[in-house]
Write a protein that binds this ligand. Structure first.
Ligand code: ATP
Ligand code: MG
Length: 171
């Protein structure tokens, strides 16, 4: 059965390729609850697309994440999270603070994700091969998410369907 539960508080880990619509969906949450990796890249380097800044951006994001989770604050991590190691670190941090974890899978088709790169500013455009790798990793991860330790796995192939799903859950 499809899980439609996002407990409050919890740590929500979005999973989806570049262009899947993660940030669009995250924008429906209060902005202080959303830790967007691109935003942290911008905070440390003035360039949200600066890949060289990723290490420092992850470090800064992690510090804010720990401060929030220690206060039991609802938190959404908005980055691709297609890498198993990245998810494992986030789950471990949540466990440390006794927070439940939600995998929020944005399964937008790869072709749509690729297409959406074209309308982006050059510094935010992700190469097609990388988008397709991220998408494949997301598909590959899907069945394994409960075994990775997520308390809930919520999935939607696009944000409109996800909104409908969550709407029904709260009825
Ligand atoms: P990234 O990982 O690169 O930050 P993302 O998953 O956050 O990508 P968004 O920035 O939310 O993706 O969306 C990419 C583009 O697609 C944006 O231009 C956005 O306006 C558009 N978009 C997002 N969701 C939808 C949708 N459901 N229908 C139409 N366009 C959408
Ligand atoms: Mg985004």
């Amino acid at each position: 059965p499809v899980d439609t539960t996002i407990p409050d508080p919890s740590l929500v880990i979005m999973i989806g390729a570049a262009g899947a619509g993660k940030s669009t969906w995250a924008s429906t949450w209060p902005d202080t609850q959303v830790l967007e990796l691109d935003r942290f890249r911008a905070l440390v380097s003035d360039d949200p697309g600066c890949q060289e800044a990723t290490g420092d951006a992850v470090f800064a994001l992690q510090a804010v994440l720990e401060a929030r989770l220690s206060r039991r604050k609802m938190t959404i991590v908005d980055s691709t999270n297609c890498d198993q190691k990245v998810r494992a670190d986030l789950i471990a941090t949540a466990r440390l603070h006794g927070m439940s974890t939600v995998a929020l899978v944005i399964g937008t088709p790869a072709s749509v994700c690729v297409d959406r790169q074209k309308s982006r500013p050059a510094n935010r455009r992700v190469p097609e091969a990388i988008v397709r790798d991220q998408h494949a990793a997301m598909v590959d991860a899907f069945a394994r998410l409960p075994a990775e330790g997520f308390d809930h796995v919520v999935v939607a192939e696009n944000i409109h369907r996800l909104e409908a799903l969550l709407q029904r859950a709260s009825d």
